[in-house]
Design a protein around this ligand. Structure first.
Ligand code: ADP
Ligand code: MG
Ligand code: MG
Length: 258
């Protein structure tokens, strides 16, 4: 089994105006995700959820000022973005980037080759991608389209989950994979995540604003995230409480403590 450990993580982000001071966003995040576990991180807009996912993935704009991130004891912060992917980390971004001029099939093959360390055999590859696309109800014609270019929100999210299924990471971070999905797309995407759980026994960090996706993907742990850190952890009953009462109790406590 694998374990991703985030300890007392502090992260700041450089502002667009380079003369302005960077802003501290993450203020001491502690989190442990093991193979086969699903952790839901739930928090209001602007609480730093995406910052956490970018910091784990190694986005250059997000500077770790203190704390540590390790995967199976290896220092993730010392790894390049590529090395993190090869080590078994995967990030499905809240806003997937468009890559004009690169077809989805080329993109996937390049990514899988980089992560697996060798190019998949063409015959297997064709079969593997066909089946994976079928499971996610992605039209085969999408294989030749430029990555995410002109994709609807739901199509982008399905493409992210297609990558998840093919890359088979040890730990997957899914940042608002549920946002902007209609009911059918939400079900298809959730089923894709659940297949990954069953087949790969992977660990999942499911970042979300709404409890809706948790009807399809059962979290083992729920963490409430406010003002750059985890303020409360529990089981799925915590998600039920959030569904009923929202984040007010937690944001008020954070303000009172500040
Ligand atoms: P969440 O995903 O929980 O909505 P984010 O991590 O996206 O929160 O953002 C947390 C805070 O950090 C917000 O106030 C946001 O405006 C700020 N922030 C994040 N990234 C940047 C950036 N690249 N430049 C400036 N501010 C940023
Ligand atoms: Mg947001
Ligand atoms: Mg976000």
């Amino acid at each position: 089994t694998s374990v991703l450990e985030v300890k007392d993580l502090h992260v700041r982000v450089a502002q667009t105006d380079a003369t302005a001071e960077p802003i501290n966003i993450l203020k001491g995040v502690n989190l442990t995700v093991r193979s086969g576990e699903t952790h839901a991180i739930m928090g209001p807009n602007g609480s730093g959820k995406s910052t956490l996912s970018y910091a784990i993935a190694g986005h250059p704009k997000y500077e770790v000022t203190s704390g540590s991130i390790t995967l199976d004891g290896e220092d993730v912060l010392a790894m390049s973005v590529d090395e993190r992917a090869r080590a078994g980390l995967f990030l499905a971004m809240q806003y997937p980037v468009e890559v004009p001029g690169v077809s989805m099939s080329n993109f996937l093959r390049t990514a899988v080759t980089a992560v697996r360390g060798e190019a998949p055999k063409l015959r297997h590859w064709v079969k593997e991608t066909k089946e994976a696309m079928k499971e996610l109800e992605i039209d085969p014609a999408f294989a030749e389209r430029s990555v995410n270019e002109g994709f609807s929100g739901g199509e982008k999210k399905r493409h992210e989950i297609l990558q998840l299924g093919l890359l088979k990471p040890k730990i997957a971070i899914l940042d608002e994979t549920d946002s902007g999905l209609d009911v059918d797309a939400l079900r298809i995407v959730s089923e894709g995540v659940n297949r990954y759980k069953e087949r790969e026994h992977g660990g999942i960090l499911l970042i979300t604003h709404y409890t809706r996706i948790l009807r399809y993907i059962n979290p083992d742990f729920v963490h409430v995230f406010v003002d750059g850190h985890v303020v409360e952890s529990g089981g799925s009953e915590l998600a039920d409480e959030l569904e009923e009462n929202g984040y007010v109790r937690f944001t008020q406590a954070a303000q009172a403590g500040a």
